[in-house]
Design a protein. Structure first.
Length: 241
């Protein structure tokens, strides 16, 4: 059996749906499961999400890859750690994350940094900006077209939207990304595949299985995993390679 890569979209505190989705993937020895980031905020159980991710990381049969999203970056900045736009964290769901840890919006950053589980803070500290596999690049938001991966600005990797989504790029790999919620998976081959299908907004939590190109999804407040082949590219560019 070929080793597989599963890429999971934005979770945003949807711990029950994450448990159902990962449990339904049938992870086997040698598989890699990569997460595009945005584990925190907006949904009800960020703490439960991180607990599940740490349990996955502890498995010795499966490789787990955890990327940083803009929400983790804001959270870290608010806590006084390296990051960006910490002042915007509360406006983007940060209070919901604190409540999942038994804290509220009146806590100050230095106290929160002490009260949060140290293993959870260490997890956030070691999140990666991107992941590369043969034929695939996994990032949170996308890339700046025209720049090699090594020259990308982390702010673009965490925040970019239209400049990436609306344009082709010259890299040889297909970029799998989240960040921008959509009603369904965005398929723009050979350039990109978007897998944030807005679970926290009532949509679905998505995992993309590669190289099989199968979409696995759990809808909000459900436990059933629905699977289907990834459709052919639905976005066309005049200069498609």
């Amino acid at each position: 059996m070929r080793e597989r890569l599963f890429v999971v979209g934005d979770v945003h505190g949807c711990a029950r749906e994450l448990e159902a989705l990962v449990g339904g993937l049938g992870l086997a020895a040698g598989d890699t499961i990569a997460f595009v980031g945005d584990y925190l905020d907006r949904g009800p159980d960020a703490r439960g999400v991180v607990d599940q991710l740490l349990a996955l990381e502890a498995r010795d049969d499966v490789r787990a890859v955890f990327l940083k999203g803009n929400h983790e970056d804001m959270c870290l900045a608010w806590l006084g750690r390296p990051g960006r736009w910490g002042e915007a964290w509360f406006a983007n769901g940060g209070v919901t994350t604190l409540r999942s840890y038994g804290l509220d919006g009146r806590v100050v950053p230095r106290d929160a940094a002490v009260l949060l589980p140290p293993e959870h803070l260490a997890f956030l500290d070691r999140l990666r900006p991107h992941h590369r596999e043969p034929g695939w690049i996994v990032v949170h938001a996308g890339i700046r077209p025209g720049r090699p991966l090594e020259a990308q600005d982390e702010e673009d990797l965490f925040w970019i939207r239209e400049e990436f989504i609306d344009a082709p790029h010259p890299l040889p790999e297909t970029v799998v990304f989240g960040h921008t919620p959509m009603r369904d998976v965005l398929v723009d081959l050979p350039y990109k595949i978007g897998i944030d299908t807005g679970c926290v907004y009532g949509g679905a939590l998505t995992a993309l299985a590669l190289p099989e190109r199968v979409v696995h999804q759990v809808r909000r407040d459900e436990r059933r995993v629905r699977s289907r082949p990834l459709p052919a590219s639905i976005v066309r560019h005049a200069d498609a390679r």
